[in-house]
Ligand binder design. Structure first.
Ligand code: ADP
Length: 246
C-alpha cells in the first residue's frame, strides 16, 4: 500500500468527522475493580484501558528495594484480542516493555515515593481494546487509579497524542492517523505545573510544528484532566465500587 495515497483529511475534517483540534469521546470511571486498592477504566474513542494499582507494600524481590524511596513497578499489557493485528500471545514484547518503562518514568516524577522507603507500588495496565493512543490512555488511567488508591502525588497527569496528518497538526490521533500520518507525538503533562513528563516523537515535525503541537497538547490535556477530576469526584460522591461497566 502506498502511504501517500491515503488521505486522512477530507474538506478539512478527519475521516471520523473530527476537527483537527477535537478529541475523541473520553469516558473515565474510577474505582471499577474490587481487588485493587485503586483503579480506573478509560474508554477513549475505541480504546478500552483498565488500570489497577496496589498501595505501597513489601518490595519483591527484596534485594531490589531502595532504602530511600518506593519503587514503582509498572506493567502495561495489551490483551490478545485488543487489536486486529497479530501481536503474539500474552507475555512481554519489546513494545510493552518500552511502554511500561516510559509510563513508570512519568509517575516517578509525581508519586511521593520518598514517603515509602523499602516499598514497591504496583501499577497494572491492561489494554482491552486498542485504537491508537493506548499509551496516553494508559497514563490517563493510571493517574486516576493512583489517586483512587490514595497514593500521595505532587500532581495529576493527563496525556494526549498530537500528530501530523496530510501536512496538518491534529490532536488525539486514531490508529489510522497514527499509522499513516507523518508524525505521532504522545505527551504527558503534569496538570498543576504544566511540566512535560513524556514527550516521544514518531516521524518528523519542524521546530515550529513541535512548538505548536505542544501548545495544542497543553490545551487538550486540560480537557482530559477535567474528565479525570470528574471521575474521581463522582467516585467519592457516589461511593461507587467494583462496577466494571464496559
Ligand atoms: P499507542 O497505542 O500508544 O499509539 P503505538 O504508536 O505503538 O502506541 O501503536 C499505535 C496503535 O497501533 C496501537 O494503539 C494499536 O492499535 C496498534 N498496535 C501497535 N502495536 C501493536 C501490537 N503489538 N499489537 C496490537 N496492536 C498494536
Amino acid at each position: 500500500m502506498n502511504m501517500e495515497e491515503i488521505k486522512l483529511l477530507k474538506d478539512g475534517k478527519r475521516l471520523d468527522g473530527r476537527a483537527l483540534d477535537e478529541l475523541r469521546t473520553i469516558r473515565i470511571e474510577a474505582g471499577v475493580l474490587n481487588q485493587a486498592d485503586g483503579s480506573a477504566l478509560v474508554e477513549w474513542g475505541k480504546n478500552k484501558v483498565v488500570c489497577g494499582v496496589f498501595k505501597p507494600g513489601e518490595c519483591i524481590p527484596r534485594h531490589e528495594a531502595s532504602p530511600y524511596e518506593a519503587l514503582l513497578k509498572v506493567r502495561y499489557t495489551m490483551s490478545p484480542f485488543a487489536s486486529l493485528e497479530e501481536h503474539g500471545r500474552s507475555g512481554p514484547s519489546r513494545r510493552s516493555t518500552e511502554l511500561s518503562k516510559v509510563i513508570r518514568e512519568v509517575f516517578e516524577n509525581v508519586v511521593l515515593t520518598e514517603e515509602f522507603p523499602g516499598a514497591q507500588i504496583q501499577i497494572y495496565i491492561d489494554v482491552l481494546q486498542a485504537d491508537g493512543g493506548t499509551r496516553v490512555a494508559a497514563i490517563t488511567a493510571a493517574s486516576v487509579a493512583l489517586a483512587n488508591a490514595g497514593i500521595p502525588m505532587r500532581d495529576m497527569v493527563a496525556a494526549v497524542a498530537v500528530g501530523k496528518i496530510d501536512g496538518r497538526l491534529a490532536v488525539d490521533l486514531g490508529k489510522d492517523e497514527d499509522n499513516f500520518g507523518q508524525s505521532d507525538t504522545p505527551v504527558a503533562i503534569a496538570h498543576r505545573t504544566s511540566e512535560f513528563l513524556l514527550l516521544q516523537m514518531d516521524g518528523q515535525l519542524t521546530r515550529e510544528e513541535l512548538m505548536q503541537a505542544t501548545a495544542m497538547a497543553l490545551e487538550a490535556t486540560e480537557e482530559v484532566h477535567a474528565k479525570q477530576k470528574e471521575a474521581l469526584l463522582q467516585y467519592y460522591e457516589k461511593g461507587k465500587r467494583g462496577e466494571l461497566q464496559l
